[in-house]
Design a protein around this ligand. Structure first.
Ligand code: ADP
Ligand code: MG
Length: 399
């Protein structure tokens, strides 16, 4: 049995017209001799009747305090609806199909409602359904915890459903269908003519995704990587070849550019006295105990600074002030990152980037770097300009 997992995002299943295109892709795979396992997202985006945000709005309009277990039960419904619609459409066209929830597909998760991790997948039922000639449609973004509760997988969850199933089923590849022609060197909403990459390594795309490239979720890439299943990112609405994500790909010096908005910078200080080092440790511990995730940590002789999600600003400020620290908060920050798998050991990348940003009058508030990424914290209002400048500086118009 040659298995292919095909995942269709929200825009792909949103309208009768787009669902036609999805059906065509599934039937094409079947006609080519593949056994398709199809993973679907909920239909449409905010405001549309069966979109996840709409379901969320419905229950929140009743009361703001919904129990996490029940919230997951509710928000898993969008994908379930979508899977039944797709299976019914296939059957109406004379194909054999079956719709499954994540749990019925054998996806077992931990009990972290809203952001559950897949612990294991029992692919037995899917395999039997395929062997009986079915096209299997799995509701994305969900699983079942050990106690039988429905859980959801957090942001980009349907991508993870697809790649984890791909690995568990030893699929030939996983196709992620979306509304762009492939992975681009930067977010096409910022740079509309960004170049499309023919291929990209797991490591490169993971880093891009982690730093904000929304085209696929990093957790999904990791699941594919561990099973060594190649991923193809393709456009439901065009015949473009798409992008292959695999292990043995020639990596480039500069891969691409990604950005994250909605960031706050917090500076704690002046810290003085003899125990200044201990005070810095205590600040970090205070954040950890409050389960506030921090990034871009910088340490100066009398202060410590870091960034957090903007949503955490009020909570973090209150905790730090109650602990007696002086803080300065900047709530309008963004992080842009240059990712380059080949930049390890190549001198001057940081200098070149800083020089270009400086010339354009973009203030860099902080920087951080790892093996293959350098990041700049800037004001959110500078994002578009800074992205354009770095895009040109590193010649990313060519893939
Ligand atoms: P889906 O609902 O299909 O999962 P998403 O909105 O999650 O779709 O992901 C696709 C979107 O990712 C594109 O429309 C594009 O705007 C955005 N995106 C961000 N960075 C990139 C990038 N580097 N390459 C391609 N798309 C990107
Ligand atoms: Mg997505």
């Amino acid at each position: 049995m040659k298995i292919v997992v095909q995942k269709f995002g929200g825009t792909s299943v949103a309208t009768a017209e787009s669902r036609e295109k999805v059906l065509k892709r599934i039937i094409e795979a079947k006609n080519q001799g593949y056994s398709p396992v199809v993973v679907v997202s909920a239909m449409g985006r905010k405001g549309e009747p069966y979109a996840t945000d709409t379901l969320l709005g419905l229950v929140k309009s009743v009361h703001d305090d919904v129990e996490p277990r029940e919230l997951d039960l509710l928000i898993s419904c969008g994908e379930v609806i979508s899977s039944v619609v797709m299976a019914t459409l296939l059957k109406s066209m004379g194909h054999q199909a079956i719709a499954l929830t994540g749990g019925q597909a054998g996806i077992c998760t931990d009990g972290a409602y809203g952001n559950a991790q897949i612990l294991e997948i029992d692919p037995g039922f899917i395999r039997r359904s395929l062997a009986e000639g079915n096209i299997v449609i799995v509701a994305g973004f969900q699983g079942t915890s050990k106690d039988g509760s429905t859980t959801t997988l957090g942001r980009g969850g349907s991508d993870t459903t697809a790649t984890a199933l791909g690995a568990a089923l030893e699929a030939e590849y996983v196709e992620i269908y979306t509304d762009v022609d492939g992975v681009m060197t930067t977010d096409p909403r910022v740079i509309p003519d960004a170049a499309i990459m023919k291929d990209v390594s797991y490591r490169e795309i993971c880093e891009m995704a982690y730093h904000g490239a929304k085209v696929i979720h990093p957790r999904a890439v990791e699941a594919a990587m561990s099973g060594k299943v190649p991923i193809k990112i393709k456009n439901t609405f065009s015949d473009a070849e798409g992008t292959l994500i695999a292990e043995n790909v020639d990596e480039r010096v500069i891969t691409g550019l990604a950005h994250l908005t909605n960031i706050s910078q917090i500076k704690v200080g002046p810290l003085d006295g003899s125990a200044v080092q201990m005070a810095k440790v205590k600040v970090l511990k205070t954040m950890a105990e409050a389960r506030i995730s921090i990034d871009m940590i910088g340490v100066a002789p009398n202060s410590i600074f870091f960034v957090i999600n903007r949503d955490d600003t009020t909570g973090a400020s209150r905790i730090l002030q109650e602990a007696g620290y002086n803080i300065v908060v900047d709530t309008d920050c963004a992080k842009i990152s240059v990712i380059g798998a080949g930049m390890e050991g190549v001198p001057g990348v940081m200098a070149n980037a800083m020089e270009s940003l400086d010339r354009a009058g973009v203030t860099v508030l902080q920087t951080s770097d790892s093996d293959i990424t350098i990041s700049f914290l800037i004001k959110e209002t500078d994002v578009m300009r800074a992205m354009q400048i770095l895009y040109e500086r590193f010649d990313m118009g060519k893939s």
